[in-house]
Design a protein around this ligand. Structure first.
Ligand SMILES: *[C@@H]1O[C@H](CO)[C@@H](O)[C@H](O)[C@H]1NC(C)=O
Ligand SMILES: *[C@@H]1O[C@H](CO)[C@@H](O)[C@H](O)[C@H]1NC(C)=O
Ligand SMILES: *[C@@H]1O[C@H](CO)[C@@H](O)[C@H](O)[C@H]1NC(C)=O
Ligand SMILES: *[C@@H]1O[C@H](CO)[C@@H](O)[C@H](O)[C@H]1NC(C)=O
Length: 398
């Protein structure tokens, strides 16, 4: 009896001991497995960063004269001293904040000394985008001690480029200079789908026309009303009572539909945002080959409008129908991943300048998308010869 008990005890202890060893091994293995998993997972940081492209929308602004409607209770006096289509003080603060958040994100990569070769900034030919470029640069490059030239100013001058509006074939929407794009867009806007959509919104269109005192027939008419109401709302002005029924929800949806239609198919995406995507890709490839000029370039900043944010997203297949906020921005980063011994592209979206960016991943790719995969996934939206594909009588590739 005792003997039986002893045998059972020994067997029980053995079982515990073995299971303990098994468990220890299991945990050790599990730990190693996890560590292995983590170290094989590619990471991106300031050490892996090689090149950045930023597409930003200007900050909050006053309405544009071309977008206002006859019955608007808010007249030019309300928008003084800025005038039409200009940044408000709040808008200036937003653009500056965007620059500061880029500094925060890229501090180590950019270093604290401003070097002219490291930065290239291009704006559209609008006061508000030029000012937003300057403000973003002010936030991004506060003078380091060695570059401080005035006790009172936390600012140093940093230049930017722009093309005159009538010669801007780069950041400006192609609906005035790219014949293929214009023709294709017109076809889309006259398609059965779009006409049926407009028909389904007939009552809303009538309602808005009646209250604004402006003919409302096309998606772009609503787009203009959206722009005006949003500018006024952001200025904290009181919107007329009638807007409550249709703004923001309905009007925003219809305005975003116009943005969606401007990128409705592969041809439109290619001739629209594909233009800049081509530049981004060319620059990234040149960086990997050591042929980028200047060699020290680290960041390209493009200061534009909602369409610049939308179109670059659309060309990468990342645009989901919406209307981007003031001072939103798309970041396209080139990384070198030592774990993969390969370059990768990471896209992030600053939807709201006061919040952290959101990483976006291309369909069929990781957040850190291998450069070659990125190139092949976006190939159909990248023009090979823009002038030729636009069927333009003038050279758009100078
Ligand atoms: C048009 O607007 C007026 C007021 O401006 C209003 O009395 C009338 O009901 C509106 N009609 C429609 C169809 O909304
Ligand atoms: C509008 O009001 C909000 C909330 O009170 C405030 O944060 C914002 O600065 C105001 N904007 C302007 C342009 O005055
Ligand atoms: C714009 O910013 C607001 C406020 O943070 C946010 O709720 C909204 O989602 C943003 N809109 C878009 C289209 O990203
Ligand atoms: C693009 O096409 C135009 C018109 O066919 C041609 O003149 C030009 O040389 C081409 N450019 C390049 C870089 O191939």
């Amino acid at each position: 009896m005792f003997y039986c008990f002893f045998v059972l005890l020994v067997v029980g202890l053995l079982v515990l001991f073995v299971s303990c060893i098994f468990n220890m091994k299991f945990f050790v293995c599990f730990g190693l497995f996890c560590a292995g998993l983590i170290s094989s997972q590619p990471v991106s940081d300031s050490n892996s960063l090689r090149l950045i492209s930023v597409f930003l929308r200007h900050g909050a602004r006053t309405p544009e004269l071309r977008d206002v409607y006859p019955n608007d209770p808010h007249k030019l006096e309300t928008f003084q001293p800025m005038g039409w289509g200009q940044l408000t003080n709040h808008g200036k603060s937003m653009a500056f904040t965007l620059g500061k958040s880029l500094r925060n994100r890229y501090n180590k990569f950019l270093g604290d000394i401003y070097l002219p070769e490291a930065v290239f900034t291009q704006s559209t030919d609008y006061d508000r985008t030029k000012m937003s470029a300057l403000l973003a640069l002010a936030g991004l490059f506060p003078p380091a001690k060695a570059q401080k030239w005035n006790e009172q100013l936390e600012w140093q001058p940093i230049p930017f480029d722009y093309e005159k509006d009538h010669r801007d074939f780069v950041l400006k929407r192609p609906n005035t200079y790219c014949p293929t794009y214009m023709k294709e867009l017109e076809e889309v806007l006259q398609s059965d789908d779009v006409l049926a959509y407009i028909k389904s919104k007939r009552e809303t269109f009538h309602y808005i026309a009646n209250h604004t005192g402006k003919p409302i027939n096309k998606l772009s008419d609503i787009f203009q009303i959206y722009q005006t109401l949003t500018a006024e709302k952001t200025l904290n002005l009181t919107l007329p009572e009638w807007t409550k029924k249709v703004y923001p929800e309905e009007i925003t949806k219809i305005a975003a539909k116009q943005c969606e239609m401007e990128n409705a198919n592969d041809v439109l995406k290619k001739l629209n945002g594909g233009r800049m995507l081509r530049k981004v890709i060319d620059n990234m490839v040149a960086k990997t080959e050591g042929t980028l000029h200047p060699h020290e370039r680290k960041i390209f900043i493009y200061s534009g409008h909602e369409n610049n944010v939308i179109n670059i997203l659309a060309a990468m297949g990342l645009y989901e129908t919406h209307f981007p906020n003031y001072s939103s921005a798309v970041l396209v980063e080139l990384h070198y991943l030592r774990s993969r011994q390969d370059y990768a592209v990471k896209v992030s979206y600053i939807r709201d300048v006061y919040k952290t960016p959101e990483d976006l991943n291309l369909a069929k790719c990781d957040v850190l998308c291998p450069l070659n995969t990125f190139i092949s996934l976006t190939e159909k939206h990248v023009p090979k010869n823009y002038t030729e594909e636009c069927d333009s009588p003038i050279n758009l590739d100078q």
